[in-house]
Design a protein around this ligand. Structure first.
Ligand code: LR7
Ligand code: MN
Length: 583
């Protein structure tokens, strides 16, 4: 019989050597599996919990033992339905003091349930969409924090778990970026046990800064999709489905929810179902909100469809995990805060992906006026936004980095660390030039020294002293009267101005308007957003004539630090002779 045959063949000696061989190869296989899951699969941060969970993945799911709060109807109490909290007496005083240390009213936050109800911020067309959950990719939600206050942090976690379909939520990763507050140690470990394994805490014993913290979170994440959130957010109804659905359909789309506004003074939640702004940027490398472009409006077939956006704000985003790493994650050498949002935006577009806002996904964020943590980076660097942005400008902006240096000429010679790896990445991915990004993704972006009649500091010489047009450091977001100041030479972006091809006298976002009262022969120059149709200016010899009034730009009787005027044109008046100078 076959059994007899095998028995005869397997003498005790042969049998034991066979067992040894099997054990040897089995052991080898096991060790390679552990090594593979620990180091090769992106969990290099050595999160034992994550590896274990991967091995144990069967039967009961993490979170099964937690009862979510899903019914918002009929809840009442402080902050419910997204209301702001009114404090009085001693609480009011303490709350106001919080604004100086936390930049948010923690007293108010502490009065609100961690499961508070908020109004559904979606438009009706969004609520009507149904999703086949089984076919959507699952998400790891990564919440990074450093010394965040307790209730805003935990309300972020509660809102995510309450308002995500369990089928789609792989895990919540709390990435603790070296918090020092006692409350965030054992107490937090204990607290999250109620979520039955769904919430994992990863702690860093050196401060990473938010950029490396996000990377560290992404490296231990197991979901097909990763979602990043700040640690003071509230996920709104149905927020997750449209994000993962879009990524499922287009894995190279890096998508953002609509960011609803949570007031830092009273924690009132307000969302705009019809929000349709997208992200832009200023040449000083700050994020801006912009109206959706006409071409994008024309492209979209329905108000629930994604909105292509040149940039993202940075904090709230979702991506296919593999794609996120393939396209370069974040720049590991960027420190603490700032710059990474524009960097990932330019990079993703230039390297073949897209940045999009998803109108059916809403998440609230507490907007604070300051940072309740130390902003000093490595080596005592107090200008992390500046140096991070220089890294981005050097790697991704080609010649257009000059636009950044116009604002930050002090950084031209600053050492911001080694850029070889990032240059290599750009080479490897064969990314398009920045000019392509400007031409195709932000075609309306004004480039101060391209396609203009003239550009530079606008300078007049009166009695041998040089005087230049100058914003006088006024806030350029609103309208303001244009002034003059002693010419500053190369360094001052406040004196740069362009005479655009369309005749508008303008800066990056504001355009010069001549303001003359009826029948007056003299007026002022007011800068307003270039989104309004701007006035036209004509170059007549060395004069600048305001077309509508026929008056000329002049410094007659105007001292440094005062507002510029327009007056009757006089070709021989030195006060009306203007030169565009570069330095
Ligand atoms: O060293 C740090 N380590 C951290 O873990 C510093 C910060 N952090 C954490 C912090 O606890 C918070 O959870 O990082 C998160 C973001 O820090 P915030 O909330 O102080 O930043 P912000 O909201 O002012 O900043 C925005 O720009 C940043 C630029 O680097 C990041 O991209 C933030 O994520 C981003 N936030 C948003 O985009 C939210 C929506 C704002 C809008 C519009
Ligand atoms: Mn924030």
């Amino acid at each position: 019989s076959p059994v007899g045959l095998i028995c005869r063949y397997l003498s005790p000696r042969r049998f034991s050597s066979l067992v040894q061989t099997l054990l040897f190869f089995g052991g080898l296989l096991f060790v390679s599996y552990i090594v593979f899951t620990t180091f090769v699969v992106p969990s290099a941060d050595g999160n034992a919990g994550a590896v274990l969970a991967r091995i144990q993945r069967s039967g009961r799911r993490p979170g099964d033992g937690y009862v979510r709060v899903v019914d918002d109807k009929g809840r009442s109490g402080p902050g419910e339905q997204g209301a702001g909290v009114r404090l009085s007496g001693e609480e009011k005083t303490r709350g106001e003091a919080d604004m100086k240390t936390w930049f948010m009213n923690v007293v108010a936050s502490d009065k609100i349930s961690l499961d508070r109800s908020i109004r559904d911020a979606r438009r009706d067309e969004c609520k009507a969409i149904t999703y086949d959950l089984a076919s959507l990719p699952r998400a790891s939600v990564i919440i990074i924090f450093t010394d965040e206050a307790w209730t805003p942090l935990l309300r972020t976690v509660h809102s995510v778990i309450n308002r995500s379909p369990p089928e789609l939520l792989e895990e919540v990763i709390l990435l603790d970026d070296n918090s020092q507050r006692e409350e965030l140690k054992e107490k937090l470990d204990e607290y999250v046990k109620r979520f039955d394994g769904l919430v994992k805490i990863v702690r860093k014993d050196v401060r990473h800064g938010l950029i490396r913290a996000k990377l560290a979170g992404a490296r231990v994440a197991m979901g097909e999709v990763i979602v990043f959130l700040d640690s003071h957010c509230e996920a709104n109804h149905g927020w997750l489905e449209p994000l993962v659905a879009r990524i499922g359909e287009s894995p190279s789309a890096v998508v953002c929810p609509i960011i609803d506004y949570i007031n830092s003074h009273d924690l009132g939640y307000s969302g705009d179902p019809y929000a349709n702004s997208v992200g832009g940027f200023s040449w000083s490398m700050h994020f801006t909100w912009e109206p959706m472009s006409e071409s994008e409006k024309a492209r979209r077939k329905s108000p629930t469809e994604y909105m292509r956006s040149p940039t993202m704000a940075g904090g709230l985003l979702a991506a296919n995990r593999e794609y996120f790493f393939k396209v370069g994650g974040y720049d590991e050498e960027m420190d603490i805060w700032g710059g990474e949002n524009l960097e990932i935006s330019f990079r993703v577009w230039m390297c073949g992906g897209s940045i999009e806002f998803i109108p059916c996904s809403h998440v609230g964020h507490i907007f604070r006026d300051g940072h309740p943590y130390n902003m000093t980076g490595r080596g005592g660097n107090k200008d992390v936004h500046g140096t991070n942005s220089k890294r981005l400008a050097e790697v991704w902006m080609d010649d257009y980095k000059r636009m950044y240096y116009l604002h930050r000429s002090d950084l031209k010679t600053k050492d911001v660390g080694d850029l070889t790896e990032r240059h290599k990445l750009r080479e490897k991915l064969q990314c398009k030039p920045f000019k392509w990004f400007l031409d195709n993704i932000v075609p309306d972006k004004f480039i101060p020294d391209e396609n203009v009649q003239a550009y530079g500091m606008l300078q007049a010489t009166v009695d041998g002293s040089k005087i230049c047009l100058d914003t006088l450091q006024q806030d350029e977001k609103g309208s303001y009267g244009m002034g003059v100041y002693f010419c500053q030479g190369g360094g001052s972006s406040a004196q740069l101005i362009s005479l655009a091809r369309d005749g508008r006298l303008r800066r990056e976002t504001s355009c010069a308007h001549g303001v003359v009262r009826e029948r007056d022969t003299k007026g002022t120059v007011v800068m307003r957003s270039c989104r309004e149709k701007g006035d036209e200016w004509l170059r007549v010899g060395e004069q600048l004539r305001h077309k509508d009034s026929g008056l000329c730009l002049s410094v007659r009787g105007v001292k440094s630090g005062e507002k510029i005027i327009i007056e009757g044109c006089d070709a021989s008046a030195p006060e009306q002779q203007w030169k565009f100078v570069q330095s």
